[in-house]
Design a protein around this ligand. Structure first.
Ligand SMILES: Nc1ncnc2c1ncn2[C@@H]1O[C@H](COP(=O)(O)OP(=O)(O)OP(=O)(O)O)[C@@H](O)[C@H]1O
Ligand SMILES: [Mg+2]
Length: 629
């Protein structure tokens, strides 16, 4: 069964209350009126009777029934009186009167006398009073009259009923209106709540109402909806952000997979010729020329793998904020010339025309020369790689906007589609990922170039009219106001020190590495003693005097850190320049090496030339004396 509505309940309650109030009022009023009418009617008749009794007294005294009859007949004027009987003192009917149509059979015309006083007899009232003359009872007068009280009461009741009906109708209308003012806004609130649930539309609001108490409810309901709306909005945004993050993660994951596949491909590529070169070297009857070729292959391919790994590490260092630049005054033109020089053999191999328009006079910028060289080498390598044989590559340095110098590297190669021009600077992004592209790197070069240029406060951009139209990469770098290269820097650049004659201790448990390094160092005139564990290294260092030690970190007996600490603690060895050469290249590894007392930290594989340069740089006169300042 359906629960009754609030409206129905309120209507029923209000109608019932009104009805009970009206009925109670009508009943009490009617009861009171009944008493009053009856009393008035009896009083009225009694007065009539007294007047009549006076009039008929002479007839009784003089025994004149005809006169008495006459007197009684005057009652005809009183329509209410139906009949009258006059008795003698002895109780014998003396005269009587009956109105037209009155029932004479019910008249008390025989003895005994009717009871004195007044009483109700059905629809009539009966009154009987004695008649006196000079204090002596001379007879009794009996009156019978219609009891008007019921008629009047009926009229009165009809009026009451009318009043009740009208009041009830009014109550229904008034209460109905009041209820409507209460229930309608509540019903609207309920309808809005229903719609919100069905449509999930939190923007809906319940309409305002002029009833203060209900307005509080409506306002609270709307405020709740407002809060739900902002919650839903916030949730929606969060979901959107999450979805975007998920999409980003999915993309990153896909790119990571692609990158790993490319990385595997790129590392396998140089490994294949290296495997071949090793087999060539193993040929028992291999000619010196063949061996020379095999070594050449190994050298080239190794460099390639090392470059790949260095690039990756550089990107990782930059993205983790761990790459620090060695900033100094640098001649940008000299850097450009060096980059052109490096790429010349590649351009020649690929039959590309390399045109360099770099002015002879120096262009001072503040930067890290090695990193700037890396930037331009990357751009020139790309130009060679993405320009078909017979093409042209140009390098040009020119003044740009105030305080800036620009370097353009343009080519007549495959060009870059406009849609790709921003993306190619992103990590692992490549314009052409198809199998046909051949051996074309990892998609790191431009990322690295851009990050390095940014670290120098500059910008890098590409301009190309699209595929097949060549491209121009422009690097802009800030020029500091009036900073010439210092004389000492020029002198240092012009006359680098020599490592010849240095006494160096090499300690590495990788016998091949130690032996090959010894051979390379000796070829540069360095005097080398080689050992293969930490303890032997300490003993050797204490036994002879060395200018420097090149130490592995992971060694049996004593690790490189402990060895460095011991060497730094001994007066006989404290002067030595200590170089760590390790497979661990994280910033934390460098920190550990520095803390243990190493002067420099090199990551394997390191070219012997780099170590020779480092040995040459450990100080002219000081190293002559075997002491590092
Ligand atoms: N000079 C150029 N001409 C046409 N496209 C170029 C040129 N330089 C770069 N690109 C496009 O930009 C992409 C990204 O270059 P980037 O140097 O970052 O990576 P890569 O050359 O593919 O590999 P890596 O440099 O890591 O060996 C390239 O794959 C190529 O599609
Ligand atoms: Mg590249």
């Amino acid at each position: 069964m359906k629960a009754p509505t609030l409206h129905a309940r309120l209507t029923r309650a209000s109608v019932l209350t009104t009805l009970v109030a009206l009925a109670l009022n009508a009943t009490l009023t009617l009861g009171y009126e009944l008493q009053r009418f009856r009393h008035d009617a009896v009083e009225d008749l009694h007065t009539q009777e007294i007047i009549l009794a006076r009039a008929v007294t002479p007839s009784l005294v003089f025994n004149d029934p005809a006169a008495a009859e006459q007197q009684l007949s005057s009652l005809a004027e009183k329509q209410q009186v139906r009949a009258a009987v006059l008795f003698t003192a002895a109780g014998i009917p003396f005269a009587h009167y009956a109105a037209e149509g009155a029932d004479t059979a019910r008249l008390p015309l025989r003895n005994p006398l009717p009871r004195l006083g007044s009483r109700s007899a059905g629809e009539d009232l009966e009154l009987a009073y004695d008649v006196y003359h000079d204090g002596e009872r001379v007879g009794t007068l009996y009156l019978r009259a219609r009891d008007e009280v019921w008629r009047r009461l009926a009229g009165y009741a009809a009026i009451q009923a009318l009043v009740m009906a009208a009041s009830l109708a009014l109550a229904v209308v008034v209460f109905g209106r009041i209820q409507a003012r209460i229930t309608r806004p509540i019903a609207r609130v309920a309808a809005v709540a229903q719609q919100v649930v069905e449509r999930r539309d939190w923007r809906l609001r319940a309409p305002a109402t002029d009833s203060r108490e209900i307005a509080v409810l409506v306002e609270a309901f709307n405020r709740m909806l407002g809060e739900m709306e902002s919650n839903a909005e916030r949730l929606g945004l969060e979901v959107e952000v999450r979805q975007q993050a998920e999409e980003g993660l999915r993309m990153a994951n896909r790119r990571k997979d692609e990158f790993l596949a490319t990385l595997a491909h790129e590392i396998r590529n140089p490994l294949a010729p290296m495997v071949n070169a090793v087999s060539l070297l193993r040929l028992p009857d291999g000619s010196p020329a063949l061996r020379e070729r095999a070594v050449g292959i190994l050298d080239r391919q190794l460099r390639h793998v090392v470059r790949l790994i260095d690039d990756l590490l550089d990107v990782s260092r930059i993205t983790t904020g761990k790459l620090s630049l060695h900033m100094e005054n640098v001649d940008l033109h000299a850097v450009l010339r060096a980059a052109v020089e490096l790429i010349e053999p590649v351009a020649r191999d690929r039959r590309l025309q390399l045109e360099s328009a770099v002015p002879a006079e120096p262009c001072p910028v503040v930067g890290d020369a090695a990193r700037l060289l890396q930037v331009f080498s990357n751009l020139l390598t790309n130009a060679c790689r993405y320009t078909p044989a017979g093409g042209r590559i140009g390098v040009r340095a020119r003044p740009a906007a105030a305080g800036l110098v620009a370097v353009d590297i343009d080519d007549t190669g495959v060009g870059v589609d406009p849609s790709m021009q921003e993306r190619i600077f992103e990590l692992f992004e490549q314009g052409d990922k198809s199998l046909e592209r051949g051996n074309t790197g990892l998609g790191i070069g431009l990322t690295l170039a851009r990050q390095l240029v940014r670290l120098h406060g500059g910008t890098i951009a590409v301009a190309s009219r699209g595929r097949g139209h060549g491209s121009t990469f422009t690097v802009e770098l800030p020029i500091p106001d009036g900073v010439p290269l210092t004389d000492s820097e020029r002198a240092a650049a012009a006359a680098p020190g020599s490592a010849a004659g240095r006494r160096v201790l090499v300690a590495d448990d990788n016998v091949d590495f130690a032996a090959s390094l010894q051979a390379a160092l000796e070829s540069a005139g360095v005097e080398v003693t080689t050992v293969h564990d930490g303890r032997a290294a300490l003993e050797a260092a204490l036994a002879q005097r060395f200018d420097a030690a090149i130490l592995d970190i992971g060694m049996p007996g004593m690790n490189g850190y402990d060895l460095a600490r011991r060497l730094r603690a001994q007066p006989a060895t404290v002067h030595m320049a200590l170089f760590a050469v390790s497979g661990w290249g994280q910033a934390s590894d460098r920190e550990l090496a520095g803390a243990a007392g190493f002067d420099r930290h090199f990551v394997k594989p390191v070219a012997p030339g780099v170590l020779i340069e480092a040995l040459a740089a450990i100080g002219g006169t000081a190293s002559q004396e075997g002491v590092i300042g």
